[in-house]
Design a protein around this ligand. Sequence first.
Ligand code: EPU
Length: 346
Amino acid sequence: MPALLQHDVSLRAYNTFGIDAKAHLFAAFASVDELRELLRLPEVQAAPKLILGGGSNLLFTRDFDGVVLKNEIRGLETLDENAADNTVLVRAGAGESWHGLVEYSLAQGLAGIENLSLIPGTVGAAPLQNIGAYGVELQDAFEYLEAVELVSGQLRRFSREECGFGYRESVFKGPLRNQYIVTGVVLRLHRRRAQANTSYGAIRSTLEEMGVTEDPTPQQVSQAVISIRRSKLPDPAQVGNAGSFFKNPEVSQAKFDALKTEYPETPGYPVPGGVKVPAGWLIEQCGWKGHRAGEGGRYGVHDRQALVLVNHGGATGAEVRALAEEIIASVREKFGIELHPEVNII
Ligand code: EPU
């Protein structure tokens, strides 16, 4: 079926912040062929493009005066099993839900992405920001992805090295921004379980509460992660949000030492070249946790995790952005640290 180009479509149902922005043009595609067909339309060629997955990492501050292309390419399959090292390649269409892929993998008895359970969004968006949680990042399980070049319609494969992964970063957010549409992702997972990654303290304590004291299965780790996430992070189906609004900033060791002198309880963990400080802590120290703004407190800062901005209903993207700017200014003033949004602001 040819993909249909629609005019003036509300994007409210397509972003987890629940912001009521409009797209001048909108089309969904369910295959590489449908995507190519769309890319050949003169109207689409001429317009700025925004590729939408689950809309879980976006803040619309205005209507989008171009074409929104919604990726609905489905498919989950096991490609290739390597008996020698007990690994299995799993392929997922970019429009599949990320958590659906985690569940599929667990059902096949495969380990590797259980720590990334319940992250909102689609498979295709995962590599763009190298999603990460509880000690694991997408790049740890990543084999390759397939993507269509917008200008030529050609399908190309990108290896892990070519994706240039970093902390919430990839080449697709940098030099290749808006040039490719991810159509499929292939992961290398483990059939015989490698040691579970329980480096994150909260996972260990949650597993203990579950009565699991040693050698947790991938399913048990997944359950622990799900329960931690549910206790801290608002469910986008109930409260508009896009997860962490800011990245955790990295400071030099000297800056961290100075912070520790002034605020001895400052948390931080070493990374190559410095120390990462949880932005949630900085924001909470500035008094923002649970803050509500707007008429009737329509939007604000989540009361259980200060890194998450929330739309309780009816906020505009511009209001949320203004709040983010106030938060950035207050953290700068109190700590001399610059926060950067993790969410894509459109
Ligand atoms: N903290 C506070 N107050 C808060 C929030 C956090 O003091 O309101 C401090 C605490 O010291 C806590 C520490 O920050 O121990 C870390 O908090 P948490 O474990 O909640 O993790 P995070 O660093 O705030 C990051 C990711 C999350 C990911 C978690 C778990 C970023 C930007 N965020 O948050 O990712 O789920 O670690 O690994 O790196 C996302 O990207 O959308 C996301 C939710």
